[in-house]
Design a protein around this ligand. Sequence first.
Ligand code: F6R
Ligand code: MG
Ligand code: MG
Length: 382
Amino acid sequence: MVETTISVIKADIGSLAGHVVVPDFLMELARKRLKEGVQKGIIKDYYVANAGDDLELIMTHHKGEDNEEIHQLAWDIFNEGAKLGREKKIYAAGQDILSDTFSGNVRGMGPGSAEMTIEERKSEPIAIFMADKTEPGAFNYPVFRMFADPFNTAGLVIDPNLHQGFIFVIQDIKQSTPHFVEMRCPEEMYDLLALLGSTSRYTIKKVYRKDGLVAAAVSTDKLHQIAGKYIGKDDPVAIIRAHSGLPAMGEVLEAFALPHMVAGWMRGSHIGPLMPVGLKDSRCTRFDGPPRVVGLGFQVHDGLLLGPVDFFEDVAFDSTRQRAMEVADYLRRHGPFMPHRLDEESMEYTTLPSVLTKFEKRFSDQEIVPTGKTTDTSDSAE
Ligand code: F6R
Ligand code: MG
Ligand code: MG
């Protein structure tokens, strides 16, 4: 049987009026080039979307994961788009393109990717989730809930096909070389949660059924680690299969009903609620957020994509959005204070080293009693 690969490759190559939304001309360019990709037989089908300022290329083909031709197609679109973006002086044009030369795969070069190769079942419903203003660990909570939490996924308890649980492949993204561990659920659930709770370090890479069927794939690229300094967020994507021995689509979506806290938001340095939205609301505004996720549903058949369904456009998520905005109001009032602002290590922008340098000489091993004189920051002060 011919296998189908779903590749979601994304990049922020510039946006409109700040880091807000992908401009139409970039979406059109991507559609045009992907259509040519179909005509040339490189890909089978495609869909272009945006998650805020991230351009998302959803592609299907029969060439497998990490395929050079597929990655090259995406890379060329991002580069052409960045060039056009620079000409039009859109904001942060070319932001996620970290290399001048293509080395066969977009991994480690700036763009993010999630890929999954499947043997199409009798019917193949999938969901693609794309988030903006957050990091790959943002998917730990909902993906755990889909595949491991019986309070979310009723099928884990009452469907004999799900009852045996799932295998999670976790990546330690703080390591400079690939570092993965496999954990089985429910047997090792507490160990799994010990890792997954550390969202800035351990992220879900894939989820498998115990018979080896792949059920989920998440992008685990950490942009600022690739670049060695902060150059933008690693806004993640995930591909999830549903039904027939996997969580039902409604169970997959239920995992987003709580707008859980994620790291990112303004300057990649704040905690905020992940708000599920329809494509029409896929633009980050208030304090560059709040962090958002869009979810598109497709049926895959013979490598073709039927759809999408814009899941979170549904009114059933109105109360989630309402709650997210209340949480946003509450958190914003903390201003520069933790935990709204991230801790030192997790912040992607920080002035602390320069503040500490400036005050280095004024630190003392004795408690200081101010003299009442005007503070003079120059060393010669008497
Ligand atoms: C970037 C982002 C934004 C920016 C912020 C400052 O992906 O999400 O929150 O960090 O708008 O942008 P710059 O540094 O470009 O002025
Ligand atoms: Mg941006
Ligand atoms: Mg983004």
